[in-house]
Design a protein around this ligand. Sequence first.
Ligand code: DON
Length: 307
Amino acid sequence: MNNIDYQKIFLEITAELEGIDDVGEVASYIPELGKVNPSKLGIHLMTVDKTGYSLGDSNEKFSIQSIAKVLSLTLALKIMGKDMWCRVGVEPSGSAFNSLVQLENEKGIPRNPFINAGAIVVCDILVSCLQNPKVELLDFIRKTSGIDTVKYCPEVADSEKKTGYRNYALTYFMKSFGNIHNDVDVVLDLYFHLCSIEMTCKELTQTFLFLAYAGVNPITNVRVISPERSKRINSVMQMCGFYDEAGEFAFKTGLPGKSGVGGGIIAVHPGQFCIAVWSPKLNVNGNSYKGMKVLEALTSKTQSSIF
Ligand code: DON
């Protein structure tokens, strides 16, 4: 393993960030998310040899939102295999996470599994394949991460349901093309719960470390997915994990990653580490303003991008 002193690097980065005005804003279109303390900052990095480095609020739970879409994709891939790729693509959308526009010309097939439309199709697949999708998805996450306390936040799921007009529109639109097979309310209930999952930065790294270790979680020794599919999930994160800012994140950070509107980001260096950052204020594209800066600085200072 490399012998980089990540702790020292984190202190350097946060000292540099103190001089920067955080122009981001906390997501408030889901009212429950607007209640978070905007000044939180947590970082946790875990290497594949299970050494952890923490800073700030890294042990505080927050709403992981779209980061969870990587876990629903992992489970759907495990169950359905490559056949799922005729329901959802693997191309960057270059559009906002909740955009409707491409669906009309593309026959209701979302560009990728991380935009809302794509994640909703993945939920539809899980509803078709599982007896009790909400329970089985959570069991899968608990078993593979080794964290028994992972749970949904009912208040966030409910808040999102009450204001999720776009997601209803996306789902009905895709159903009109035949790409949603189940009842819209059932599919969205799973989607809203998926997005409401709460974890700490440390728990996120423990959950996603399998993507740095060819599909095996080195902490639980559970094979989460095959090496080939682990590669593919990282590839989709690289190209699509930040929506219309995926190019910018690749350009500045150079790691596969996934963001959520709760202000969290995970990034993976295959063969080396997984890192999670949490800072709730978001830039105009819905990605954590400071979180992106932390990751850019980390890979620049340690020369640890994949490129
Ligand atoms: O569907 C929504 O609007 C949210 N549950 C998820 C959005 C999200 O996290 C997008 N990512 N940055």
